[in-house]
Design a protein around this ligand. Structure first.
Ligand SMILES: C[S@@+](CC[C@H](N)C(=O)[O-])C[C@H]1O[C@@H](n2cnc3c(N)ncnc32)[C@H](O)[C@@H]1O
Length: 346
């Protein structure tokens, strides 16, 4: 085929095709007598791939990698692009919401320019929080032994005491529905999310650790694994019926936890459910009492372990849910492990 024919078939310009050639994405043969390009069936197929990937905003550089070195699968590349687009989208959404609020304020009779600054400062803070989280626990490094460690480690201070009961309770309390979508955030190797597969539910697992996701996929190929973060879920609005999470939220400080709840609510369908089984104290008084108890017994392992993470203040989370239109139930397994079940009223 000649360049004009290909351009017509793919609904792109000949100039675009020449640009792709210049970037090294395609190398059509040339007729020796006049240097006209001749596109083989394979070239056209390659061009359709390039066109499709460009249409979803993939940079030329990344497309080149896909075409040249198939080390990663096309699916993996597409997932990277989805994450990149969603990040931009969440950022745009934050900006638009702030802009809306700014517009509302300008219509107030008491409006002054200073009223805009706190909104901008809040937006800046949210942006910083979204990007500053780092994995200081090295979950990638823990992934291959994670499941064995749950059962064997921690005799001086066992955070996993009650783990199985907690997962079973989450499974039990959540209203399940065939073909409903369950999202497990911080899914790790899939121990909680996989429980919902037997109810014919679609399970999506999100985790910031690629190695954890690899393990999860290996154990439960039916789970759709997506790399992502509590503060920026790789999911568009109102898609999820049930969100579950176990032993993951306590890696975020309390202020970020509230942002994570907001993010969960964004992706939740009307009347959706959120169930959190995690390390938490009932409130600050309880936290103080439990820590004092460990100190008195000389259990420094427990104290250090608790202080190294961000065990939640359950009262804070419950109050957030209640203020945002959820019916809430709580259940305490032991001094450090509890569950919050929240169902959206509309
Ligand atoms: C202790 S493991 C729990 C795994 C699993 N939920 C379970 O119950 O066995 C914590 C998991 O949460 C993930 N995680 C921690 N912080 C996260 C964050 N901010 N966003 C997404 N995943 C996170 C870690 O990568 C890890 O896989």
């Amino acid at each position: 085929m000649q360049i004009k024919e290909v351009a017509k078939e793919l609904n792109i310009s000949a100039r675009t095709i020449r640009f792709y050639e210049k970037q090294g994405l395609i190398q059509p043969a040339k007729k020796p007598e006049n240097d006209y390009r001749v596109f083989s069936e394979e070239d056209v197929l390659q061009l359709t791939t390039i066109t499709a990937l460009r249409e979803v905003g993939m940079p030329i550089k990344q497309i080149k990698v896909i075409l040249e070195k198939p080390e990663m699968t096309l699916q993996e590349h597409l997932e990277i692009q989805r994450t990149a687009l969603l990040e931009k989208w969440v950022e745009m959404k934050d900006m638009l919401e702030t802009l809306d609020e700014m517009i509302t304020r300008t219509s107030s009779t008491e409006f002054s320019y200073q009223a805009l600054y706190p909104l901008a400062a809040h937006l800046k803070k949210i942006k910083e929080i979204r990007y500053q989280w780092t994995d200081r626990w090295n979950f990638d490094g823990q992934a291959h032994k994670y499941d064995q460690r749950i059962k064997t480690e921690g005799h001086v201070f066992n955070v996993h005491e009650g783990y199985e009961a907690a997962l079973a309770m989450v499974e039990n309390i959540v209203q399940k529905g065939r073909e409903a979508t369950c999202l497990d955030i911080g899914i790790g190797t899939g121990n909680l999310g996989s429980r919902f597969l037997s109810y014919d539910m679609k399970v999506i697992g999100v985790d910031q650790s690629e190695k954890m996701l690899e393990k999860c996929k290996e154990k439960h190929p039916e789970i759709e694994c997506r790399k992502g973060h509590f503060l920026m879920l790789p999911i568009i609005d109102n898609q999820i019926d049930v969100i579950v999470t176990s032993y993951a939220l306590h890696h975020l400080p309390d202020e970020e936890k509230l942002l994570a709840l907001e993010e969960m609510t964004r992706v939740l369908k009307p009347f959706g459910q959120i169930c959190i089984a995690d390390l938490m104290f009932v409130d600050e008084v309880h936290r103080h009492k439990v820590l004092e108890g460990y100190r008195e017994r000389g259990n420094t392992v427990a104290v250090e372990s608790i202080e190294d993470e961000y065990y939640a203040n359950q009262a804070l989370l419950v109050s957030w849910f209640e203020h945002h239109g959820f019916l809430v139930e709580t259940y305490q397994f032991n001094d450090i492990l509890s569950m919050i079940y929240a169902k959206c009223k509309k």
